[in-house]
Design a protein around this ligand. Structure first.
Ligand code: NAD
Length: 341
């Protein structure tokens, strides 16, 4: 366990999970938090005046040294990432995140950080084990023999191993969690990097607001996944960071659903029914994937447990608020320019 007055660094704090982690650390009474991201502060999902907020490009080693200075705990959540639409067409960019993790690990050793957390992904798993639609439950050992998601998944697998060897060779206390699809409020819901739950909520909201009761679904809709609510992700990060688990471990829900079932839930929350159109040429990822939680239950006596329906409703309501606010901003900007003309 860490001392509440020691410095905790969150890399990628302008993003979805990093921002939520900073909020949680503050709520738990952590008094010194340093939040780091490459984006300008106005683009962060959450930021707080009592936190040291730094805008730094963590691809660069001197910036990682600045970020890690004086840190007891480092959480590395900075990466180039997005949903399938993004990672399938930005493989080189995704792989370049290896610079962030390499330099952050080196800086952690240099500054004698006590603990280092790395956010890996279910995309490390062997693609051959994810060919059926019946949501194969993936055990940690299923990452090998290696056949990870091209680009993004290989970078995660390589960085996992770097964490392991930094522990073995330099004595850095590293912890690695393989996140399975995280969703919730304060995340990306538009613009091309959003993942399935947020994209589907947004499309259902658009259909409801516009009155055009149509929805386009990527792939056949029979692909299966599990989705972990952000609160479970944050609790899991804390438990794993405080554990003795040396190997990468699954952090995901084991409630698998098809994309069609996910759409059913979003429609039910919105109180509408939509005509579904399937875009079979759109990126859809593997056919089936679920999290096998045997190991996390064994080590921690816990697993992510928020029902998808509960988490999706909270996410839908948040995205709805963002959507309405954005549209009214656009409408007032249009009005202002009309007046100016
Ligand atoms: P996110 O895109 O919302 O946050 C990542 C943040 O990293 C962004 O704010 C981005 O600006 C920042 N970043 C990127 N390059 C940077 C750089 N060079 N220097 C500093 N900051 C940089 O993503 P997220 O959903 O919060 O994901 C956090 C971590 O969890 C990532 O490592 C991601 O790969 C991993 N992960 C997420 C999911 C998920 O479902 N969200 C699933 C598996 C793994």
């Amino acid at each position: 366990m860490n001392d509440k007055s020691e410095l905790v660094v969150v890399a990628g704090a302008g993003g979805f999970i990093g921002g939520s982690l900073v909020a949680r650390l503050r709520a738990q009474g952590q008094t010194k938090v340093r939040a780091v991201d490459i984006k300008p502060l106005r683009e962060w999902y959450q930021h707080f005046p009592d936190v040291e907020n730094l805008i730094l490009d963590l691809n660069l080693k001197p910036n990682c040294e600045r970020a890690a200075e004086g840190a007891a705990d480092i959480y590395n959540l900075a990466a180039n990432m997005g949903g399938m639409g993004f990672i399938e067409s930005n493989k080189a960019l995704c792989m370049l995140s290896v610079l962030i993790n390499t330099h952050m690990l080196q800086a952690a050793v240099q500054h004698k950080a006590k603990r280092f957390f790395y956010a890996s992904s279910a995309c490390v798993y062997n693609g051959d084990k994810q060919k059926t639609y019946e949501a194969p439950s993936l055990k940690e050992e299923d990452a090998y023999p290696a056949l990870a998601e091209d680009g993004y998944g290989w970078e995660k697998l390589f960085s996992e191993r770097m964490c392991r060897h930094f522990h073995e060779d330099f004595g850095l206390y590293t912890r690695v969690a393989r996140f399975h699809n995280v969703y919730g409020p304060w995340g990306t819901w538009d613009g091309g990097r959003e993942k399935a739950p947020a994209a589907i909520c947004r499309k259902v909201i658009e259909a409801k607001v516009s009155g055009k009761h149509e929805i386009q679904i990527w792939g056949p809709g029979t692909q299966t996944r599990s989705f972990m609510y952000i609160d479970d992700c944050l609790k899991g990060i804390e438990l794993i960071m405080n554990s003795e688990i040396l190997e990468p471990i699954n952090l995901g829900s084991s409630e698998a659903v098809s994309i069609n079932q996910l759409v059913d839930m979003a429609e039910e929350i919105a109180g509408i029914k939509l005509n579904r159109h399937y875009d079979l040429s759109a990126p859809k990822g593997v056919n089936g994937r679920n999290s096998d939680n045997t190991l996390i239950k064994k080590y921690l006596g816990w697993e992510p447990c928020t029902p998808l329906r509960t988490g999706l409703e909270k996410t839908y309501r948040w995205i709805h608020g963002q959507y309405i606010a954005r549209n009214s901003d656009k409408a007032s900007t249009r009005q202002e320019s009309a007046v100016a003309r």
